[in-house]
Design a protein around this ligand. Structure first.
Ligand code: F6P
Length: 549
């Protein structure tokens, strides 16, 4: 039986890990490699077409053993089974957590509230496919009979980051005769820049919002409708051919004026940040076509099955999750850098930020008690090699510990001369430099003047993982995303938190609703905020009025 979730620091394995951690005050990664010359060939995993080298970590076999024990004591197995069974593990919202159902093959069943959800998933996928085919083939025409050439997804958070990331990641496979844009920010610049060179008669908007109640998305959708209708001489009937919606809320979609025939549904058991493979991926399917989209789903499913069935010591997401816990909770590492060495993955770190931080940025356990350990680390990153010429300095020689996940591919989608070898050589070199550094003696032996020696020493002992796959295909992207989804799940299960709610975003939204009329109301408001907020509101009103005079 797992212990009470609030007693994480009391678990025997946690205490044992705490004691074990002192070993690494004396021993660094270089010494660990010296002790076991085969370490680099042993500490890796190869599953579902992904290869993970995790040898350059501050761990021994004993560390792994204790971390795996922690996973067991924390009831990880039971939590995984509960998720796949459709139990309502999102307890603060009383919801199942079933993004895994979005990629479950047709012949399998997942029962939620007495109903098999798999046929519903496939019904929507088929509707998406026939719509995508008709738009891509030119059969679906705009109101004036022109072919649709431009797709604009309007959404924010999970209704934007997944679609943008996937579009960028799979651009190689996309229909190049079409233009794809993504509007998310309530800053009007986002919408204006996205539409400035487009012809409304060739443009289709996908309004993506799980709730269809998000301020940013609804405001952008209204501006989009005004822009479109203006382009058709104020003919409202044009909307039907140029707007579709993706949502769980048919009533609100209808109230906005989109025919629910042109709506693609999903369900409350799909969290926003876990929704890129639901109908929220409609823009992705329009870009890459149904066949590639299905290949992406197959990639997701392969990792789902691996996560569900592989023993923990061979389980990629479990090992990655445990390593994050190790640094976050036992070495006070505050962040994890995700460094994709593939230009197409340039938005992957941004996507992961919502996935990881909205999921595990929690301060209470499932039973509502304050956590007694640190929870979610900060995820960040940029594609390589660009990051090397900006922030890597701090990772190599700064005072903070930043575990890194390097991601790269054996092959390039765009082979060109020596580029790919140069790219991959940098991944290997960075990980090597981080782990092994450069000693004072090595620096001196190069004839470095004494005064400069300390500046040129690399302490090393900086941990990293290297994740390798064959080629960035839709299938591989599905695998990578599922890998991080379940990595996040593993971490959340150990901390005993609800990784599937996001109450932390609410307060700011409520306060903004209160401030909006104070900024744009005709009369000077009586302000009842703190003195700073009151002053800022008054200043803004003053400047706004004076700029209109
Ligand atoms: O405010 C946070 C959030 O609720 C995210 O969790 C979600 O992905 C995003 O807003 C967008 O929500 P929706 O899809 O309902 O518009």
């Amino acid at each position: 039986m797992p212990l009470q979730v609030s007693q994480l620091s009391e678990r025997p394995s946690w205490k044992a890990l705490k004691a074990h951690r002192s070993l690494f005050d004396e021993k660094n990664i270089k010494e660990l490699f010296a002790e076991d010359p085969q370490r680099g060939e042993k500490m890796n995993l190869n599953a579902a077409g992904l290869f993970l080298d995790f040898s350059k970590n501050r761990i021994t076999e004993k560390t792994l053993e204790l971390l795996l024990k922690l996973a067991e004591e924390s009831g990880l197995r039971e939590r995984i089974d509960s998720m796949f069974r459709g139990d309502k593990i999102n307890i603060s919202e009383n919801r199942s957590v079933l993004h895994v159902a979005l990629r479950t093959p047709k012949n399998e069943k997942i029962i939620v509230d007495g109903e098999d959800v798999v046929p519903k998933v496939h019904e929507v996928l088929e509707k998406m496919a026939s719509f995508a085919d008709s738009v891509r083939s030119g059969e679906w025409k705009g109101y004036s009979g022109k072919r649709i050439k431009n797709i604009i997804n309007i959404g924010i958070g999970g209704s934007d980051l997944g679609p943008v990331m996937a579009y960028e990641a799979l651009r190689y496979y996309s229909e190049r005769s079409m233009t794809f844009r993504f509007v998310s920010n309530v800053d009007s610049t986002d919408f204006v820049e996205a539409t400035r060179d487009l012809d409304p008669s060739e443009t289709l908007f996908i309004v993506s919002s799980k709730t269809f109640g998000t301020l940013e998305t609804l405001n952008n959708a209204h501006s989009a409708r005004d822009w479109l209708v203006r382009g058709f001489g104020d003919d409202q009937k044009a909307v039907a051919k140029h707007f579709v919606a993706v949502s769980t809320n048919a009533e609100k979609v209808a109230a906005f004026g989109i025919d629910t025939q042109n709506m693609f549904g999903f369900w409350d058991w799909v969290g926003g940040r876990y929704s890129m493979d639901s109908a929220i991926g409609l823009s992705t399917m329009l870009a890459i076509g149904p066949k590639h989209f299905n290949a992406m789903l197959a990639g997701f499913h392969e990792i789902d099955e691996h996560f569900r069935t592989a023993p923990f010591e061979k389980n990629l997401p479990v090992i990655l999750g445990l390593l994050s816990i190790w640094y976050n909770d036992f070495f006070d590492a505050q962040t994890v850098a995700v460094l994709p060495y593939d230009q197409y993955l340039k938005r992957f770190p941004a996507y992961l930020q919502q996935l990881t931080m909205e999921s595990n940025g929690k301060h209470v356990t499932l039973d509502g008690k304050k956590v007694d350990t640190q929870t979610g680390p900060i995820y960040w990153g940029e594609p390589g090699t660009n990051g090397q010429h900006s922030f890597y300095q701090l990772i190599h020689q700064g005072t903070r510990l930043i575990p890194c996940d390097f991601i790269t591919f054996y092959k390039s989608l765009n082979p060109l001369g020596r580029h790919h070898d140069l790219l991959v050589s940098n991944v290997f070199a960075q990980a090597e430099a981080l782990a092994f550094g450069k000693t004072k003696e090595q620096v001196q032996a190069e004839g470095t003047p004494d005064a400069l020696v300390p500046h040129r020493v690399f302490e090393g002992n900086r941990p990293s993982n290297i994740l390798l796959a064959d080629l960035l295909t839709p299938e591989t992207l599905g695998k990578l995303v599922a890998l991080y989804e379940h990595n996040v799940f593993t971490q959340g299960a150990i901390w005993g938190i609800d990784s599937f709610d996001q109450w932390g975003v609410e307060l700011g939204k409520i306060l903004a609703q209160k401030i909006i009329p104070e900024l744009d109301g005709p009369t000077t408001p009586i302000l009842k905020h703190d003195s700073s907020t009151n002053h800022l509101i008054s200043l803004y009103r003053e400047k706004k009025i004076s700029s209109h005079e």
